[in-house]
Write a protein that binds this ligand. Structure first.
Ligand code: BYC
Length: 306
């Protein structure tokens, strides 16, 4: 325990074979697996628009982005597996409702502008959180974050480009972009989790340097950065209480609807049931692929050993 504490104190990464307290291991399995599930479930709202992208260029970019999200899920499942849990167990926890995924992916993508809003706001919020997590204390999670952040910055730019193009377009396109902004702004703020005073896991997460900054600090960073980006392209943030606070040098903002947040994370958001049933169906239909891949890998192992 003393060696573990000393490493945390000196910012030395904890690696899979190092001794670690059980609660640290459990905390990481919970957070990393929820993060992995979010990446994979997050492919669904965007996948909804692959066949309806407005140009071949837009379609190619969207396909590449969604493929990246699947890849992020794989890096993260691999990081979680180093803690002694199998991929099958992690997926089972998701299907049994024991593991969560990000609240944001329970909202529908109604128009093409929603793809812009996801890239700009959702990936933008994810980047703020993940840049901070690059310095998390668990080595495999930290390394996965470094790689993921590089790709997410492209995602954020593709979303902003869609929004900027629509704001330069017709009145109907500007209206569509503003409508997407109105629907995605508050759920994006909820991605950072409850206020610090209501966050049961933040105490341990900060003590063990799993989280380097709290939910509220990261949310504030995201707001301060995004307000200016919205202004540049002429979008209005749907918060009447949003104003610059000169003494604090940051934006004050209105209260988040925590009832809505709690409903969504407890399975009652607009798309929770659809997201889970799609995931379960895809998992069942993919069983033969997993079996074939495992058989192929085992066959190769046998050949090497002969
Ligand atoms: N949604 O004590 P707290 C992406 C839960 S995907 C759902 O503050 P913690 C992308 C929380 O789990 C990137 N649940 O917890 C993909 C806990 O419940 P449990 C997603 C939430 O862990 C495709 C309870 O509320 N990013 O970028 O200290 C396309 C109390 O919360 C949420 C990550 O996953 C939520 N928003 O802090 C496009 C980041 N918030 O577990 C883009 C990694 C809270 O006790 N995760 N809860 O049942 C984290 O940084 C932290 O886990 C959180 C929560 C900040 C989310």
């Amino acid at each position: 325990m003393q060696q573990f504490d000393a490493k945390i104190e000196k910012d030395v990464n904890i690696e899979p074979k190092d001794w670690m307290p059980d609660d640290y291991r459990k905390h990481l399995i919970r957070q990393i697996s929820q993060h992995a599930h979010s990446e994979v479930i997050g492919m669904q709202p965007e996948g909804n628009w692959i066949s309806r992208a407005p140009s071949l260029r837009a379609k190619k970019i969207l396909l590449a982005k969604i493929q990246d999200e699947g890849g992020h899920g794989l890096y993260l499942y691999s990081a979680a597996e180093t803690l002694g849990i199998s991929r099958d167990e992690l997926i089972q926890q998701l299907h049994d409702g024991k593991a969560k995924y990000s609240s944001i992916f329970n909202y529908p993508t109604l128009t093409w502008a929603d793809i812009g809003a996801i890239g700009w706001l959702v990936d933008g919020a994810a980047i703020v959180n993940q840049v901070s997590l690059q310095r998390t204390s668990y080595g495999p999670y930290s390394r996965a974050m470094i790689r993921i952040c590089k790709e997410e910055s492209f995602h954020q730019r593709q979303g902003y480009e869609i929004m900027a193009n629509m704001m330069n377009g017709s009145a109907a396109q500007r209206e569509m972009a503003q409508d997407a902004m109105n629907r995605w702004w508050w759920p994006s703020l909820m991605m950072f989790g409850p206020h610090d005073s209501d966050s049961p896991h933040t105490g341990n997460a900060m003590k063990w340097k799993i989280k380097r900054q709290s939910n509220d600090i990261l949310r504030q960073k995201f707001i301060d950065k995004t307000v200016q980006q919205a202004e540049v392209i002429g979008l209005t943030i749907p918060d009447k209480d949003l104003r610059w606070n000169e003494s604090k040098k940051c934006y004050d903002h209105g209260e988040i609807n925590w009832n809505e947040f709690n409903e969504v994370i407890n399975g009652n958001g607009p798309c929770n049931k659809q997201r889970m049933s799609n995931h379960i169906q895809a998992h069942q239909e993919g069983e033969w692929v997993r079996k074939a891949a495992t058989a192929y890998a085992n066959k190769n192992k046998q050949l090497v050993n002969q």
